[in-house]
Design a protein around this ligand. Sequence first.
Ligand code: GTP
Length: 351
Amino acid sequence: MPSQRRGSTLPSMLAKLGAMTSIRELQLVEQSLLRTLAPLLGVAETSLYRTNEHHQVTHKLHHYRSDKRGPDGAASTTERIDDIRNDASVPPHISALLDYMRLLKQPSRRTHGQGYLFGYPLIHGGGQQCGYFVFEREQDLTPVEEAVIAGVLKLYTNHYTLLDTSQRDRLTGLRNRYSLELNLDRLWEELAAQQAPGADAPQQAYWLGILDIDHFKRVNDQYGHIIGDEILLLVARLLGRTLRRADLLYRYGGEEFIAVVVAPDLAGATALFERLRLAIEQFTFPQVGRVTISGGFCSATPTLLPGTVLDRADRALYQAKAAGRNRVLHYDALISQGILDEVECGTIELF
Ligand SMILES: Nc1nc2c(ncn2[C@@H]2O[C@H](COP(=O)(O)OP(=O)(O)OP(=O)(O)O)[C@@H](O)[C@H]2O)c(=O)[nH]1
């Protein structure tokens, strides 16, 4: 990997760090980390591999930058970030580096091609290892550079941990409603960009479903709130376990969950939401026994406002409850069957 001109001075690095710690969206913080470190290290490519509690890579971020000189001699830098969520594959030499860091919980450096491959584990609050920062460079790092990387990563992980905590539901550990608000805005921007004329990004179809535990008040009334909390926690785990890595799950409110999933078509989305329903129906909950969920889902299309999509899923959920519960219904099917009327303006209170 060719070394790039190091355009970063201390003031510009501090400015980038200041910008990073003013960001509230987790994904943008990750991007900002790569944008800060790449010029500092003088490399054309840096990567961040985020992992789950099973140490599996859940998504990858690659940052590319190149310095150019225009005909007038003026220098400019172009940057690109690829955020890959649906492909967890990792090249063998990177995979070996990640395995090593996972076991030793410390940075690693190895020779690679004409230079070196460097890796730094990302350790969040509570000592939890949740990802890796990786880059290649022709020259070895100086002690000062090593200290700077360690310092920037510490600042990043502290900020990320604070944000992550504020965006998680305490009981289930799932992302909360505030996190959904932030993610929906970004997701909609991504969807709109994919469908813009001339866009070359792969087309993805997203679906949004609202899932609600049936007769949960009865559970609380009959068994008490502590058991009720336990049911909420178990439902969250079962739903999370049934979804795939690229899908997102939120606790939207009391006994309501929202899943934003990727599926190629309606049949795929229907099968996925049905799997979620079955995962709960088929589980034997301690003391309570059988618990069921109802749900409504619809296509998350960027031509509609996020609030309208939520409203559609909510109206389908309402029908699922009215039709006897323990079922997941698709909004468009309810419209075509004449069970629901199309209304453009939603009634759901959004954020
Ligand atoms: N234990 C516990 N209960 C909660 C929590 N959040 C909300 N609830 C309870 O969830 C129940 C929701 O009741 P309802 O909205 O009437 O719905 P339901 O009984 O599930 O009935 P349907 O949705 O119509 O099937 C209420 O009793 C709330 O107190 C929580 O964090 N823990």
